[in-house]
Design a protein around this ligand. Structure first.
Ligand SMILES: NC(=O)c1ccc[n+]([C@@H]2O[C@H](COP(=O)([O-])OP(=O)(O)OC[C@H]3O[C@@H](n4cnc5c(N)ncnc54)[C@H](OP(=O)(O)O)[C@@H]3O)[C@@H](O)[C@H]2O)c1
Length: 301
């Protein structure tokens, strides 16, 4: 949505502001690190694979800028989060430079019927998407509070509306939404804005689900299930459901710019929105229907 007042009244300055982004090896995080660096921010780009020579981390390092720091960061590791905090502190030249923003972007996806999804998978997805977000936020919040800055959490449209075959992912993203709402209310008195970004399907533009990944996961789920479960569901039905996921992976937006624009607005607008919905008009209509209509009617639609 366009703001009507002059730009300088609507947006704050970027100079002297640093942002930490998690999950910068690829996808939204990688593109955002380049984008915010180009906008003049100092960027701390957390990469899962930096110490293992990951391509994404190496590519960011090749930029060779004093304002772009690439750091090893597994959001599931207390030790790596503590190390990243030390590194950020050492590199900030306070009071001229503050940690203004934290973008909790790191995430993973998964699919499958509840009965085919193992407890380990439920826990793994929540560990990265939800507990990773909570862990990193708790560690960096003192710095963000001091700057009266921003926490931006990558939620999802699947954090607002539940979908069959996506229970492990939806649970984690509904949790991210709840965490964001609670923290936003707690942070009013500190002058910190806490924002949820709720993209629809941008899978063709990122690497979160790939056709090969879907095949491997489906294969593992089918062969990992008990004989009784396979007999109850039947292979034809299982394949039809996998086909819905294949079609979902093939569809979606192939251009990240809507997401980058909304995250940038969340970090720079003087009065950012509580939630942003980067998505096409039809997904937005579906979201409104799912969140405003009685559940029975929304399910039927
Ligand atoms: N793409 C979409 O359509 C979409 C829609 C709504 C919301 N989102 C959300 O947007 C965020 C980014 O997704 P994306 O589509 O850009 O996915 P992506 O391309 O897979 O990027 C996610 C990044 O997070 C990293 N990561 C995974 N586990 C991590 C961990 N434990 N610690 C640190 N980093 C970790 C991944 O590293 P590896 O590559 O090494 O695994 C990858 O670099 C996620 O939170 C996702 O749920 C995506």
């Amino acid at each position: 949505m366009a703001r009507l007042a002059p730009r300088a009244l609507c947006y704050g300055k970027v100079a002297g502001k640093a942002v930490l982004i998690t999950g910068c090896d690829k996808g939204f995080g990688h593109a955002l690190a380049h984008h915010l660096h180009a906008r003049g921010f100092t960027v701390f780009a957390g990469c899962l694979m930096k110490d293992r020579g990951g391509d994404g981390a190496r590519q960011l390092e090749r930029v060779g800028s004093e304002r772009l720091h690439v750091l090893q960061l597994d959001v599931c590791s207390e030790e790596e989060v503590a190390k990243a905090l030390r590194l950020v502190r050492e590199n900030l030249k306070e009071p001229e430079q503050v940690l203004w923003g934290l973008v909790n972007n790191a995430g993973m996806s998964a699919f499958g019927n509840v009965e085919f999804t193992s407890m380990d998978k439920f826990k793994e997805v929540a560990d990265v998407n939800l507990w990773g977000t909570v862990r990193v936020t708790k560690a960096f919040l003192p710095l963000i509070r001091r700057a009266q800055g921003r926490v931006v959490n990558m939620a999802s449209v699947l954090g607002r509306t539940a979908s069959p075959l996506r229970s492990s992912y939806c649970i984690s993203k509904f949790g991210v939404e709840a965490f964001t709402d609670c923290l936003r209310k707690e942070m009013y008195r500190w002058g910190v804005s806490v924002v949820a970004i709720e993209p629809s399907n941008f899978i063709p533009a990122t690497g979160i689900l790939t056709p090969e990944g879907v095949e491997a996961e489906a294969e593992q789920m089918w062969h990992g299930a008990s004989e009784a479960l396979r007999a109850d569901y039947g292979e034809t039905h299982f394949q039809q459901e996998t086909e819905r996921i294949r079609a979902f992976v093939r569809s979606g937006l192939g251009d990240l710019s809507l997401v980058l624009k909304d995250i940038t607005d969340a970090l720079t607008a003087r009065y950012p929105y509580a939630r942003y919905n980067p998505m096409e008009a039809h997904s937005w209509m579906q979201l409104q229907a799912a969140t405003h209509l009685p559940s029975a009617l929304a399910d039927w639609l």
